[in-house]
Design a protein around this ligand. Structure first.
Ligand SMILES: Nc1ncnc2c1ncn2[C@@H]1O[C@H](COP(=O)(O)OP(=O)(O)OP(=O)(O)O)[C@@H](O)[C@H]1O
Ligand SMILES: [Mg+2]
Length: 372
């Protein structure tokens, strides 16, 4: 059983509260991302699951079993570290075979031990048994490294090393695969390719995977569900679309994608919409709220720049401050009253980019104005 349940997990390092009553419930077969800024406790959570760190209080369950007291090698977790932690003096084959050998060593009788030690230390004199040889070959083929079996890992590219680390974890057939920022050392293009590779392997094997990243795009594009952490706490857990469309705090709205976030006061209701007063103008929202002072969240792509003069609710006049061209989109920074709005527009070949100083009208649908 590869489900992982964390209850009230707290970890203190001296005076630092690295984890503060963290609760997570990760289903078997799920691809789960831990996302958050540097120092928020992602690695510590992972290390508590793997058994490299013992919690100050709280419980870690893998399947039905509380594993708090089990050493890492009895937790059935495979771990891929940010730095890969490969053995530079061993070739690809030996790196992948290493843990299998160790497992065999631990379970072997006295007479067999020298043979396995010898195999670990010097492959040239001690042959690998057939079952290990076959298993390693198969997994290397799977991660498309079979051509590189005899290469030293220090002679591989970043992406290839990453796949060795993955193969080394997968060969142990763990119930849970833990990956701590595995792509952060790769260049942008390779990172995108490896995202797909990892996702495909995870889906093929149906292995419960916990993936740590501080890159929101990575988390959103790969995971079934994402937990966003800040300062040792889990702030919100949800599917990527859920987090993006229904952030429950300004922190999430800002951290997951970009947002226009303004303070406002709810001053009434009109036709079923909440009317919010900002400094100098009003905006209507479909969000029902009992709060008076609210945070108004508007995603940049939900603001339309309109050409005609039709007056609708939530149409406001603004002035272009900076247009930024990204190829398929143009991001405008607009001055609207005393606020600066960010607006993302689709750019099609031949479109005109509005000049700084241009006066434009923007419109926002009621449903796309969130109040929290
Ligand atoms: N061994 C340790 N001793 C003391 N403090 C630690 C130790 N490990 C982590 N911390 C502290 O605990 C907090 C959480 O650290 P953690 O490594 O879990 O963060 P993170 O989210 O993985 O950050 P990053 O994205 O930078 O890797 C930080 O304030 C960190 O300084
Ligand atoms: Mg970390």
């Amino acid at each position: 059983m590869g489900s992982v349940k964390i209850e009230q997990l707290t970890k203190k390092f001296g005076d630092t509260l690295a984890l503060d009553h963290v609760n997570l419930d990760i289903k078997e077969g799920e691809f789960f991302a831990l996302l958050g800024p540097s120092g928020c406790g992602k690695t510590t959570t992972m290390r508590c699951i793997a058994g490299f760190e013992s919690p100050t209080s709280g419980e870690v369950k893998i399947g039905d079993k509380v594993v708090n007291k089990l050493p890492p090698n009895q937790r059935n977790c495979g771990m891929v570290f940010q730095s890969y932690a490969l053995f530079p003096h061993l070739n690809v084959f030996e790196n992948v075979a290493y843990s299998l050998n160790i497992r065999e060593l631990n379970s072997s009788n006295f007479f067999k031990k020298p043979l396995i030690y010898g195999r670990i230390l010097n492959k040239k004199l001690f042959k690998y048994p057939k079952h290990i040889e076959e298993k390693v070959r198969k997994i290397l083929e799977y991660v498309e490294l079979d051509q590189y079996a005899n290469r030293l890992t220090s002679e591989l590219s970043g992406g290839q090393q990453q796949r060795v680390a993955l193969a080394r974890a997968l060969i142990m057939e763990p119930a849970v695969l833990l990956m701590d920022e595995p792509l952060s050392n790769l260049d942008l293009k390779l990172r995108h390719t490896m995202r797909n590779t990892i996702r495909k392997i995870q889906q093929d094997l149906g292995i419960t995977t916990i993936f740590v990243t501080h890159d929101q795009e990575e988390a959103m594009s790969m995971a079934d569900r994402v937990a966003v952490m800040s300062e040792g706490k889990v702030i919100q857990v949800g599917t990527p679309t859920d987090l993006y469309s229904n952030p429950q705090s300004p922190f999430i709205a800002d951290f997951v994608g970009s947002s226009n976030i303004f303070k406002g006061t709810v001053v009434g209701e009109e036709n079923g919409y909440s009317v919010v007063q900002l400094n100098g103008y009003k905006i209507k929202s479909a969000t029902k709220t009992s709060k008076k002072e609210v945070d108004i969240i508007i995603r940049p792509e939900n603001i339309k720049i309109i050409q005609n003069n039709t007056e609708t609710d939530n149409s406001l006049e603004g002035k272009v401050i900076i247009p930024t061209y990204f190829g398929s989109t143009v991001r405008y920074e607009l001055e609207v009253g005393s606020h600066n709005f960010i607006v993302d527009t689709t750019y099609l070949s031949g479109d005109r980019i509005l000049e700084p100083g241009s006066v434009v009208k923007i419109a926002i649908e009621h449903e796309r104005v969130l109040l929290i």
